[in-house]
Design a protein around this ligand. Structure first.
Ligand SMILES: N[C@@H](CCC(=O)N[C@@H](CS)C(=O)NCC(=O)O)C(=O)O
Length: 200
């Protein structure tokens, strides 16, 4: 299997962390690309041209980190990171969706800042930052769920999302308002899956 990634993409990092957590790094060939230069191989794999993109051993391909995570969790050996059914599955999906929403906002704010001057919208950036501000207390309230998740898909998605805030929005003092989340994050950020995929 081939996985197209970009070093700083939080979506691609999530999939790489998942592969590490399943101890299956040898089974997926990781191919770094720059999606912003429109590489033909990436476009051939997924028409949206975004990373992550997976080309399976059967020769078909899959985009969107949430779909790739579900697929790889099912087909790769190693511990299940999202239970196939039951309350643990809904908990994992809830956490993963919270993380995805916050990441979407954090990423959109970064990309807006890269547009040519005169094309940037401060109002759009403020809207994204407000979504982050609303997401953080929801994650703080979800710390018992994060602990119950046992660093499954939910936990790893939240850890990657928070580390993306530290990486790209370093001025945001989220730890001050989210003390329990900060403790949970500090307890997990040293995991080898996260260290091995640190974009810095
Ligand atoms: N919803 C997608 C988002 C993926 C995404 O936006 N990837 C960015 C890199 S962080 C990308 O490849 N952007 C290139 C583009 O928009 O053309 C997912 O969860 O995988």
């Amino acid at each position: 299997m081939k996985l197209y990634v970009a070093r700083t993409s939080p979506y691609a990092r999530k999939i790489q962390v998942l592969i590490h957590e399943k101890d299956a790094a040898g089974l997926v060939q990781v191919l770094p690309v720059d999606p912003w230069t429109d590489p033909a191989a990436l476009h051939a794999a997924v028409p949206a041209g975004k990373v992550p993109a997976l080309v399976t051993g059967d020769g078909w391909s899959l985009g969107e980190s949430w779909a790739i995570a579900d697929y790889l969790d099912a087909v790769l050996p190693g511990r299940r990171l999202l239970p196939a059914e039951g309350a643990g599955r809904w908990r994992g999906l809830r956490l993963s969706a919270l993380a995805q929403g916050m990441t979407d906002a954090a990423f959109a704010a970064v990309i807006e800042g890269r547009r040519p001057e005169g094309e940037r919208s401060p109002g759009w950036v403020a809207r994204q930052m407000a979504a982050i501000t609303r997401s953080l207390p929801a994650l703080e309230a979800a710390v018992p769920d994060l602990r119950a998740d046992g660093f499954g898909l939910g936990g790893l998605s939240v850890a990657v999302a928070l580390d993306y805030l530290d990486f790209r929005h370093a001025g945001l003092d989220w730890r001050g308002d989210c003390p329990a989340l900060a403790v949970w994050f500090a307890q997990n950020i040293g995991r080898s899956s996260l260290c091995a995929t640190d974009p810095r």
